[in-house]
Write a protein that binds this ligand. Structure first.
Ligand code: UDP
Ligand code: MG
Length: 317
């Protein structure tokens, strides 16, 4: 029996790319001794993505799709894909051809060699926008400093997961998802492979700065409480520093030495006002996470699909 490889592809308004990616995948798998299926997760697209997926699924019997009721975000789409995937291993990749399908045979080879997670590391690509590269680097260095897990610079959501790891991720109750961290957190035998990203084959990036900042905050708050400790230490440090001021004030009162300084008071109030708001904000982020987790809402809602929950195909006769 050939082993089954599932490919999970979140797509948001990628009408041309789904067709291109499907072509590329069918070609890559042709010489390989594996069965495969592709699970496209349509994350609430407003263009012809879903129509194209339906058409593809009629032509190819290994094409599956799930369509969300609205845009739930890339990480939620990845979760949906993992929930539905039935392969012995699952490869997740972007739908815009930036993750080269030609790398898939190597990922599978390493999996067969015994690695339960084969992740990829994007080599710095000078053709990518300057700001995108810089903000991405900044994110990974901050993340590695504040959190307890180490994530390589340029680690993307292009990776192969063994069935064992997929089952772990499937059963996670977390709803504020950050897969790059979660996969690292699971441990298991992991291997990183470098690759040079391709140009986006059509359309533009769906990761707006707003979405990127959201993902970064998620990453920080999901894997560390260190910002809370930092806030506490900062408080202690300022309390200690200000107590050094007390002898000076007493001395001035006793010897009726006039203390002037409107400017210094205003600066101090403004500064500490800022520090307090910042710390409140940090606490608020964690509280907000707790709040959204406690509501236990589903991570995504499916409107339409040709797959049933158990992975079998729904086919019209
Ligand atoms: N994506 C998604 N939902 C979103 C944003 C993006 O499913 O809300 C998909 C998108 O269609 C693509 C992948 O996630 O397949 C990566 O997004 P994109 O290529 O826009 O990000 P970038 O490569 O610019 O970081
Ligand atoms: Mg992209």
């Amino acid at each position: 029996m050939k082993k089954l490889v599932s490919i999970v592809v979140p797509v948001y308004n990628e009408q041309e790319n789904v067709i291109r990616l499907n072509d590329a995948l069918q070609r890559v798998f042709e010489p390989l001794p594996y069965n495969f299926n592709v699970i496209f997760v349509d994350d609430g697209s407003s263009d012809a993505t879903l129509d194209n997926l339906k058409r593809l699924s009629l032509v190819y019997d290994n094409i599956r799709f799930i369509s969300f009721s609205r845009n739930f975000g890339h990480q939620a789409a990845l979760k949906a894909g993992l929930d539905m995937a039935d392969g012995d291993c699952v490869i997740s990749m972007d739908g815009d051809m930036q993750h080269p399908p030609a790398l898939i045979p190597l990922l599978i080879e390493k999996w067969e060699a015994g690695y339960e997670v084969v992740y990829t590391i994007r080599k710095e690509d000078p053709t990518q926008p300057y700001m995108k590269r810089k903000t991405s680097n900044l994110f990974y260095s901050l993340m590695n400093r504040v959190s307890d897990i180490k994530i390589e610079k340029g680690a993307a959501d292009f990776r192969l997961l063994d069935r064992v790891v997929v089952n772990v991720l499937r059963n996670m109750q977390e709803n504020d998802l950050f897969f790059r961290g979660l996969v690292k957190w699971t441990g298991y035998k992991q291997l990183g492979i470098e690759y040079v990203p391709e140009q986006r084959s059509s359309g533009e990036s769906k990761y707006t700065y707003k979405k990127m900042i959201g993902l970064a905050v998620r990453g920080f708050t999901s894997f560390s409480t260190r910002p809370l400790y930092a806030a506490t230490y900062l408080g202690f440090a300022f309390a200690l520093l200000s107590s050094l001021y007390v002898p000076y004030v007493i001395f001035s009162l006793v010897f009726e030495h006039p203390i002037s300084g409107w400017a210094s008071i205003i600066v101090t109030i403004a500064f500490f006002g800022g520090v307090q708001l910042m710390i409140l904000g940090i606490i608020g982020l964690y509280l907000g996470k707790l709040f959204s987790q406690s509501k236990q809402r589903p991570v995504y809602l499916v409107r339409e699909s040709n797959v049933m929950k158990d992975g079998s195909l729904l086919r019209e006769n």
